[in-house]
Design a protein around this ligand. Structure first.
Ligand code: UD1
Length: 423
């Protein structure tokens, strides 16, 4: 086990390259199951979640390699249709293999994800959709078993927009017989990226990025070659790193347009956040002191992402005034609060709402990462804090951020990864 040791108080300056999106990569990897042969994905981040999805593909008999950000998946030999508990419990997104397996092989056995740190996160909408397409679904011994001779097109309405649910059913519908209409879909850029790759594979899909997606099923798909979109959550995290340390960072991303809600909110804090030809420039207002407090409400895209709530809260911990943070997507996504409080943050929690009153300075402390985005918020708080912080349980951070400490170090951060002493 390793920990991060951060000496705070250094304004970060310079340029940072944004990696490929984790949340786009995982469904794209699952999509390789839909066709026999070798699919090639480029700009893939080297992350633990990506390796977990690779292990899952290998366990099912497929080939998988990841080298220099290029991921190759060869599904010619795929002959196992199970996603076991050991893998699904470490990464819920493993459930993304369900739709492709049933669509292509007529069967799948996928462990139920169970609870996770940020809430119950059910998959009932994934299952409802597959059932409407004619799959027989059985729940036994903690597993979902799905069977279908061939899926049929159907009209499906999501009670709430679900990102992986939309992706799962879009992949299933691509090989179904007839037309599927998905309503109240997630509109995230990662859904659009998946649709683009599926279309390249020969799928007939219209409307991805809107709330109604229409898919006309085809008999066969071919493997794809595809470039993953940049990670908007990583980009947002670096934008907040600049704001919280009083820095000036050029965030190099080809898709600054994915980040409008975050940029608007950063500007409301009086940080100078602008689009540039190469990406985004986020510059704190050097002499005017602390950022202004602003309220945020998390929402499905294009609203403010729940995946940036924890990081934005870290910024509000040092803002001038009180900010109300309303988490509407997940019911228990405030695991970072007690850890931020250890660093001197003044936060009052009530249900899905946090009231954050900014303090002049956070203080370095030993803190524990509880989930992926919570870990990022602790790193940000430590970068801004007075004195030294230690962040434990780094494996959460490694699930979703590629070489984070190396990127931060290049921007001037005093940050080291060191082995935990055995207790
Ligand atoms: C994805 C992202 C995750 C992000 C989340 C919300 C991936 C791999 N992960 O997760 O980083 O935080 O979107 O932007 O892309 N729900 C149901 N029933 C279902 C499915 C979802 O009630 O069958 C609810 C959830 O409990 C939650 C809401 O829908 O309240 C949105 O969740 P969802 O979009 O499904 O999240 P994920 O796809 O798991």
């Amino acid at each position: 086990m390793e920990k991060l040791v951060i000496a705070g108080g250094v304004p970060l300056r310079g340029e940072v390259n944004i990696s490929g999106s984790k949340n786009a990569t995982l469904p794209l990897m699952a999509a390789s199951i839909l066709a026999a042969g070798k699919s090639v994905l480029r700009s893939v981040p080297e992350l633990r979640d990506v390796l977990t999805m690779g292990s899952l593909l290998k366990k099912m008999g497929a080939g998988f390699s990841l080298r220099d950000s290029v991921c190759e998946m060869d599904t010619s030999g795929l002959n196992e249709f199970t996603a076991p508990y050991e893998l699904v419990k470490t990464m819920r997104a493993s459930v993304l293999v369900l739709g492709p397996l049933v669509a292509r092989y007529g069967q799948a056995r996928v462990s139920l994800p169970g609870g996770c740190a940020i809430g119950a996160r059910p998959i009932n909408l994934h299952l409802m959709g597959l059932e409407r397409m004619g799959a027989e679904i059985e729940l036994a011994e903690g597993y979902v078993k799905a069977r279908a001779k061939r899926l049929n097109g159907a009209s499906i309405y999501f009670d709430v927009p679900t990102v992986t649910g939309t992706e799962n059913l879009m992949m299933a519908a691509a090989l179904a017989k007839g037309t599927t209409v998905l309503e109240n879909c997630a509109r995230e850029p990662e859904v659009v990226d998946l649709a683009d790759a599926l279309i390249r594979m020969g799928a007939r899909i219209e409307g991805a990025g809107g709330s109604l997606i229409e898919i006309e099923g085809v008999d066969e798909l071919r493997p794809y070659g595809h470039d993953v979109i940049p990670d908007r959550i990583e980009a947002a995290t670096f934008a907040i790193a600049s704001a919280i340390t009083g820095g000036d960072i050029l965030i190099k991303t080809s898709r600054p347009d994915f980040m409008d809600a975050i940029m608007i909110k950063l500007r409301e804090t009086r940080v100078d956040a602008v689009k540039t030809p190469g990406g985004l420039r986020v510059k704190a207002n050097g002499n005017s002191g602390r950022p202004a407090s602003v309220n945020i409400t998390t929402m499905p895209y294009p609203g403010f992402p729940t995946d940036v709530q924890a990081q934005f809260m870290a910024l509000m911990c040092v803002a001038n005034g009180t900010s109300i943070i309303n988490e509407t997507v997940f019911e228990n996504r405030f695991m970072h609060v007690p850890e931020l409080q250890r660093m001197g943050a003044q936060i009052v929690l009530q249900g899905g709402m946090a009231s954050v009153t900014g303090v002049e300075k956070l203080k370095g402390a030993q803190v524990m990462a509880t989930d992926l985005r919570a870990s990022a918020s602790l790193v940000l708080a430590a970068l801004a804090a007075e004195g030294e912080s230690e962040i434990h349980r780094l494996y959460h951070l490694d699930r979703g951020y590629e070489r984070m400490e190396e990127k931060l170090r290049r921007l001037g951060a005093q940050i080291r990864r060191v082995p935990e002493q055995r207790g």
